[in-house]
Every structure is written in structure tokens, then in C-alpha cells.
Design a protein around this ligand. Structure first.
Ligand SMILES: C[S@@+](CC[C@H](N)C(=O)[O-])C[C@H]1O[C@@H](n2cnc3c(N)ncnc32)[C@H](O)[C@@H]1O
Length: 303
């Protein structure tokens, strides 16, 4: 599943054993520039450490910082352990970012002086047909970040009442033709996998193409992983495990996430917006990494 090639192990020698990722981290320079201004000998929580791209870069710019790397996906955690397992400044845990406070308490490192949340999914997850995240390849339509946690997308598309399916597509995919699409999915039951789902969705409306498919698949992924509930729990508790002046960075990929983070930094009283409030990737980065095109880096300070 993982491409096997030589990788630069952060803080060590290149190793052939490392299963390096095909995921290119987004806005690394901007993330490092902002988080490098944190208290330098504190704790940085990378709540969505993924393949460790941001983590590797942050280890370089913050040589006295300790790092807690969390991910909900056990495959990502295996990659992180291989990459950073013997690094003395990094602790890796298989956990949702909603458990950050209890993990920090368990390891006894005090409050965090910085945190990063790169929301969404990695290219490695998207490109693996067995995970079912992509509409452009036939897969099992699983879509769970943690394969032990909750029903799959396949179960949702085959069992949810049509109205609930339409609501998910409308709310989480922001797709106006949700009712027609949900009717076509119900009509195509039993749906066997990603290709059948994509065919059913495409047959439901005359135009829409890839963007519509992306919106429907995004909606199902958000529902399967309860992504917005998770984010709300994180935002509610963030002030209780971060120290005064902590720097907090979020990379968001759609307005449903971005709005929540904006409201936290602007209105909640325990944070204030950094200046600038947000940054977008440059044209060159977007040219080189298409995943960056919808990214936005939001920056806030714990007050
Ligand atoms: C965009 S990737 C992060 C990539 C990472 N910054 C890097 O440079 O490799 C997002 C990651 O967040 C993880 N994730 C999603 N929801 C999560 C949650 N609630 N808690 C922890 N990790 C989560 C996904 O499994 C995925 O690995």
C-alpha cells in the first residue's frame, strides 16, 4: 500500500526501511513561519500528523520543542512510528485530536505552546482504493479514518433513508441537487462499491461531472467520520489544554471547517486572530500540488 523508497528520516539518517509517503504537505513554509514564533522549548501538538510531512519540517525549525503526534488512522500511525519512533523529541499516539487533553495529561507534559491541525485526508488515504475515499477508482467504499470506528460509507449508502442521505449530501457536500442524487443512489441499491456509487450519482443529473462527484464523496466522508462533530469538540476544549500565547494553526479545506475555526479565533474570548488572519497557498504551490488549491491556513493566538 505504501510506496517503498528511501526517505529522509527526520532527525536521523535516510533509511530504506521507511515507507515514505506520497503525500505532499500543504503550506509548509507558512506553517513553519507562524509556529516558529511559539515558545520554543514547549510542546507542539500535531493533531493530524498523517505522514509527518509538517512534523518533519517543524522538528527542524523548532530544535528545542517536544512534539505530540496524533492521528485517527492506524496506517498513518504506523508510518509515523517508523519515521519518528526513535526520535527523542516525538511521541506518537493513535488517537483523535479530541483526546489531545487526556493524552497530554497521561504523558505529563503540561499545556501545549503550539498546535497544528491539517484537516481532511492525506493523498495516501485518497489514493488507496481499499479505503474508498476516491470517486475516480473502484474501491470498497469504506471511508473510515479509523477502520475500527463506526459504520462504513457503504453501509450508509445502502441503509440510510433517502431523506437522510439527501440531507448529508446537501449539508456536508453543499450540493443543491441532493434530493435527485439521493433518489438515484437509493434506486441503485444494493451499491457494491465506489464505482457503482459514482455511476449512480452521475446518472442522476445531466451535468455536474467531477465536481459534483467530489462533493458527494466529501459529504459521505464527513458523515462517516463525524468530522464536524469532532471539530466542534476540539474547538470547545482547545483553550483548556493550550497555554497563554500558544500559536494555533488550522489548515482547512472547505467552508464548513473554515467558518468554525474563524468563529473560534474571532469570537470565543480565549483566542484572538493573528495578523494576517489567514493565508492561501501561492500559485507555484498550487501548480505543483493540486491538493493545495482549496487550502487555507488560519492562525490564532491563545489569550
Ligand atoms: C491532511 S492529512 C495530514 C497530513 C500531515 N499534516 C502531513 O504532513 O503528512 C489529515 C490527517 O488527519 C487525520 N485525521 C482526520 N480526523 C482526525 C481526528 N479527528 N483526529 C486525529 N487525526 C485525524 C487523517 O487520518 C489524516 O491522516
Amino acid at each position: 500500500m505504501f510506496a517503498k523508497r528511501t526517505a529522509d528520516r527526520a532527525g536521523g539518517e535516510p533509511s530504506d526501511d521507511v515507507r515514505e509517503e506520497r503525500h505532499v504537505p500543504v503550506m509548509v513554509r507558512e506553517v513553519c513561519g507562524f509556529l516558529a514564533g511559539s515558545r520554543s522549548d514547549g510542546l507542539l501538538v500535531d493533531g493530524t500528523a498523517g505522514m509527518g510531512g509538517h512534523l518533519a519540517a517543524l522538528l527542524d525549525v523548532l530544535p528545542d520543542m517536544r512534539f505530540l503526534a496524533l492521528d485517527r488512522d492506524p496506517n498513518a500511525v504506523s508510518v509515523l512510528r517508523e519515521r519518528f519512533g526513535d526520535h527523542k523529541r516525538v511521541i506518537v499516539r493513535h488517537a483523535s485530536y479530541t483526546s489531545a487533553q487526556s493524552v497530554i495529561e497521561e504523558i505529563g507534559l503540561g499545556r501545549a505552546s503550539a498546535a497544528l491541525f491539517d484537516l481532511g485526508l492525506s493523498s495516501l488515504q485518497l489514493d488507496d482504493p481499499a479505503r474508498g475515499f476516491s470517486h475516480s477508482m473502484d474501491g470498497t467504499l469504506d471511508m473510515r479514518f479509523d477502520p475500527e470506528d463506526g459504520p462504513t460509507a457503504l453501509e450508509l449508502v445502502n441503509t440510510l433513508p433517502e431523506k437522510e442521505l439527501a440531507d448529508i449530501i446537501f449539508r456536508f457536500g453543499q450540493e443543491g441537487r441532493s434530493r435527485r442524487i439521493a433518489a438515484a443512489i437509493v434506486n441503485a441499491r444494493p451499491v457494491a462499491g465506489s464505482r457503482e456509487l459514482a455511476d449512480a450519482v452521475s446518472s442522476s443529473v445531466r451535468s455536474g461531472g467531477v465536481k459534483m462527484l467530489s462533493r458527494v464523496f466529501q459529504a459521505l466522508r464527513i458523515a462517516v467520520n463525524r468530522e464536524l462533530e469532532e471539530l466542534d469538540i476540539l474547538l470547545d476544549g482547545l483553550a483548556s489544554w493550550t497555554e497563554t500565547d500558544a500559536r494555533i494553526a488550522f489548515i482547512t479545506f472547505h467552508s464548513l471547517e473554515d467558518r468554525r475555526v474563524k468563529v473560534l479565533f474571532r469570537d470565543c474570548g480565549s483566542f484572538r486572530q493573528y495578523s494576517p488572519k489567514w493565508l492561501l497557498p501561492g500559485d507555484e504551490e498550487i501548480r505543483e500540488n493540486s491538493r493545495a488549491r482549496s487550502a487555507r491556513l488560519r492562525m490564532g493566538l491563545r489569550t
